[in-house]
Design a protein around this ligand. Sequence first.
Ligand SMILES: [Cu+2]
Length: 324
Amino acid sequence: MSKLTIAAIGAALCCISTQALAHATFDRAEASQDRSDRGALRVPHGCNGHATQTVRMTIPEGVINVKPMAKAGWKLETDSGPCARSHTLWGKPVSEGVKDVIWSGGNLDDAHYDAFVITARMTDALHPGLVFSPTVQECATAQARWTEIPAPKQDPQALKSPAPSVIILAQNTQSGGHAHGAAHATAGFVKAGPLVIEAAWTRATPQGARVAGGYMTITNTGSTPDRLIGGSFPLSGRFEVHEMAMTNGVMTMRELAKGLEIAPGSKIELKPGGLHVMFLDLKSQVREGQPVRGTLVFEKAGTVEVEYRVAPIGARAPAGGHAH
Ligand SMILES: [Cu+2]
């Protein structure tokens, strides 16, 4: 690792920790589509030394059924308005809702900390990734504005006054038709920074086979994209990241030369007939029931060790407990 990289990581760590303390933030990092959740906005200080008297939170588009919690000593108001598109909740259409929540008339000393709670439902109109709730703290003569939203590709950590945010996780990931159950839960997972790699598997190869595919799910719980750019498999000479694509009506696989992007909040499934990693120039057979340890290399998370369970020759899914 270069000195520059180490310095950069050191600088990043310093700023994340100090800024996270100083910013108004939610007490949770994630929320899921199509689910109701509770979140508390943490207000860690006043406006330049003055006591906070009002907190105004803007509800992002796609968040419905908002219910703020009343606070002793504060007046609670909401502003409602139409939704950009209609949603369905418990079988009924929802076309308007709370757009702003205002707690006013309080007196939160600069030296004190408090939390402002809402419950709300994240709809599937919210794309996986960060969603922001611009918030303003008003004091007698000043404001603290947490209203900055990063431009595409801009690092949210670089903002001076970022709007409080949560990461929206996709609720329904494409699972290729097999039911997720105990097999995934027990298959083990590996964490590498914000990445979670689960249920890595491959299949046994017939004698003389030169290639095999590797499959798994990769979830990015962080706020920045990462990229699977390579890896290693001890029984093979080469390792590539592949996708399946239609070419002239024929499904073929090809290498993703720039690797596979894992967007913030996304869960990507590598599976037969879809994205996969490819072990080429096999030097020996992959044998059923004999797990193989390999590595994955990510642009940011670095080299990660994973263990592939080995399913029977031709299996469409890892052995053990998958319902089809
Ligand atoms: Cu392939």
